[in-house]
Design a protein around this ligand. Structure first.
Ligand code: CU
Length: 703
């Protein structure tokens, strides 16, 4: 994945000095921190603090999570080619509020084999809008920052004649022999936009210096349609997408994806009802159907009683409406939203119809929320202050199981069935962002109190399994129905400075976490098998299971984007990130936190072509979590090279070589291998891609 960024990235990192984005420095809105944009033949980006145009490695891997991981303070939690999670400022999983085309939804897999970005193939992403420290309250509750991946969409035309719009990309990558094709075709005039979106991605096992990563292949299809109609001062929009992920490997998990069949539907209106009164309302529905097993993409267990085939589903129904009183930059906004999620997980043995058990049975959660936001300013200081309150309810049905289930698991099912399996609670979020446009320098400050309600897995996992929402630490976990809501206090301070030939954008942050949910030793006598949970866990290979509990922790860090024009078309750009996460109640570190890292890009940007080299350095990570049994990792340095050529205004060619010196390296955030049919030892961290070339062609028309 480590490839060189080309000068086009460099150019775009340079933001305000770049003629490509004249508006960005001037209209600093600070409502979105960073926008990551897919490479294009023609640039057009809305105002923001920071634009990262991503050209290379991030686009090579199929998932959008790789693309986001290049932003300052971000990193990639690698759980499989299509199962990458975004880490932002040390937080990942459901703690980062991720939306696709503004739509929030629940992951279907109990181990997040389909984290939100699973549904955002790189080839379909137009841009990703990142709120790095703090997401605005109108977007819902969420412990940390958030991001919205916008897939390619047909734009309204400028007059009433219908004209075609095309934006199609094809890519070949050597390291996994993958072929990716996808994009958008559509028709639009000034009042109608109609589009079809589709992609197909297929790759073989990834190669590293030393062999193949067994069971790391992938296969994914997306098709969808979009329609927008302007009526008066309003717009009605409707969108549908279907995603079919076929067998795809997850070496850090005990199973691999057999399929995800997922449907997305979203419809809504946006209107300027009158001068100074705006209305937005949307409803959405997402249905995930999933199957995984431990024998198709990896050697099957010799003991047939250990064959597992697990089905899982998740349905999310949500909606929101808000009214804006005032202009874009001076207003009150009030809104309400709801979300209803229904999840099921059924573990079965494919050879024994009487052996099955529902580890999550009709786990239902619903949330009803309301918010107010006040956008104001005094002198040169701009402010956005938001408050939201949510009421949460959760419940789960008694477990279902087959007649072959015996022993400890049967006893645990009985006691969970007899226990109180409902919970309700209220959360309060406050987010306050302040910034000032002082010409070349824009200071910014965010203060907030943010929350996250525990997931169904954390709350209702009565059966000791490895389901943990994607931690992939090899531990067996059980939930706790009485978990409290996680809370975070955040302070983030930074500035954006833009000179004539250089820029620097540093950020410092501190996040104090209360009731942070983390695995802790199951009881006071770990490794002494004296409870039914420890009995079942030890039979499944973990004598020291963990239970989800509320603990105290803190995360702090700093990151920075910077760059300078050196001479003529030669420029240098970089991104550096540092983050530290630790418990406050005991002496331990937080699990799976990115090591310090820096990227330096040296680029030459001519009118129709560009060439760049990139160096990436990751420090070792020895601040690891003892509780989670996390292994330390060594640092490494990688180099890549790449170029691009605009063949015409419509056609652009990118090509390059990643990991130029074919270095063997291991990313700290990569998972530990669980697949025995691999050139990687079981239990070892999964290595990064070896030297690999790629070529990509993008054709745009009418856009
Ligand atoms: Cu799964």
């Amino acid at each position: 994945m480590q490839l060189f960024n080309c000068s086009r990235l460099a150019l775009c990192l340079a933001i305000a000095s770049s003629a490509v984005f004249p508006a960005i420095g001037a209209q600093n809105d600070a409502l979105t921190d960073i926008i990551v944009v897919a490479p294009r033949t023609r640039a057009s980006v809305s105002p923001t603090n920071e634009v990262l145009m991503v050209e290379t490695e991030s686009m090579l891997a199929p998932d959008g999570a790789n693309m986001v991981a290049r932003a300052p303070g971000a990193a990639l939690i690698d759980n499989g080619a299509l199962s990458g999670q975004v880490q932002m400022h040390g937080l990942f999983g459901e703690r980062v509020l991720i939306r696709i085309n503004d739509q929030h939804f629940a992951s279907g897999g109990p181990n997040a084999m389909d984290p939100a970005m699973h549904y955002a193939p790189n080839v379909l992403i137009d841009r990703v809008e990142i709120d790095r420290g703090l997401s605005p309250v109108r977007q819902g509750p969420g412990l940390g920052g958030g991001l919205n991946a916008r897939l390619k969409q047909v734009d309204f035309g400028s007059d009433n004649s219908l004209r075609p719009q095309i934006d199609v990309t094809a890519q070949y990558r050597g390291s996994d022999d993958s072929l990716v094709v996808g994009g958008l075709v559509g028709l639009a005039n000034e009042t109608l936009r109609l589009g079809l979106i589709a992609s197909r991605e297929k790759g073989d096992d990834t190669r590293f210096p030393g062999g193949r990563i067994g069971g790391s292949s992938f296969d994914r299809l997306v098709i969808g349609g979009q329609l927008g109609v302007k009526i008066g001062s309003g717009e009605v929009e409707i969108e549908y997408r279907r995603q079919e992920t076929d067998p795809t490997g997850n070496p850090p998990y005990a199973m691999d994806i057999v399929y995800f069949h997922t449907d997305f539907l979203r419809a809504g209106v946006k209107a300027e009802v009158s001068d100074g009164l705006g209305l937005e309302a949307h409803v959405g529905y997402v249905a995930v159907r999933h199957l995984m097993n431990n024998y198709d993409l990896r050697p099957a267990p010799a003991d047939v009683s250990m064959l597992r085939s697990t089905s899982a589903d998740a349905d999310t129904f949500n909606g929101e409406a808000n009214l804006r009183f005032g202009s874009d930059s001076r207003h009150f906004r009030i809104g309400a939203d709801f979300e209803i999620v229904d999840k099921n997980v059924r573990i079965a043995n494919p050879r024994n119809d009487n052996w099955y058990v529902t580890s999550l049975n009709r786990a239902e959660s619903d949330r009803l929320g309301g918010f107010v936001e006040w956008r104001s300013g005094v002198g040169q200081v701009e402010s956005e202050l938001g408050l939201r309150v949510d009421h949460h309810r959760m419940q789960a049905a008694a477990p279902g199981y087959g007649s072959a289930l015996t022993g400890g698991a049967l006893a645990l099912a009985g006691s969970f069935g007899a226990a109180d399996r409902s919970w309700s609670g209220t959360s309060v979020d406050v987010a306050w962002r302040l910034w000032a446009d002082l010409g070349a320098i824009t200071p910014r400050l965010s203060l907030g109190h943010k929350t996250r309600a525990p997931s169904a897995v954390e709350r209702f996992s009565w059966l000791p399994t490895e389901a943990s929402g994607g931690l992939a630490d090899g531990n067996i976990y059980v939930g706790n129905p009485q978990l409290r809501i996680e809370k975070a206090w955040l302070a983030e301070l930074g500035f954006d400075w833009q000179g004539r030939a250089a820029y620097v954008r540093p950020t410092l942050y501190y996040r104090r976490l209360e009731d942070f949910i983390q695995g802790v030793a199951y009881d006071a006598t770990p490794d002494v098998i004296d409870t039914p949970v420890e009995m079942v866990a030890s039979m499944n290979g973990d004598r020291t299971p963990l239970r989800f509990a509320n603990v105290d922790a803190q995360i702090y860090g700093a990151d920075m984007a910077f760059g300078a024009r050196l001479a003529g078309p030669l420029r240098v750009d970089g991104v550096a990130s540092f983050v530290r996460g630790k418990r406050r109640d005991i002496h331990d570190n937080l699990y799976r936190v990115a090591p310090a890292n820096i990227r330096l890009m040296l680029g030459w940007e001519a009118a129709r072509w560009g060439l760049g080299v990139e160096g990436v350095a990751f420090a070792r990570q020895h601040k690891v979590s003892t509780t989670n049994g996390e292994q330390p990792s060594a640092g490494y340095v990688l180099a890549s090279i790449l170029g691009h050529w605009s063949i015409s205004n419509a056609l652009r060619l990118d090509a390059g070589v990643e990991n130029l010196f074919n270095r063997y390296y291991v990313e700290h955030l990569a998972g530990y291998n669980r697949n025995s049919g691999s050139d990687v030892a079981v239990g070892a961290r999964l290595p990064g891609t070896g030297r690999s070339g790629f070529v990509r062609l993008r054709w745009t028309l009418g856009r």
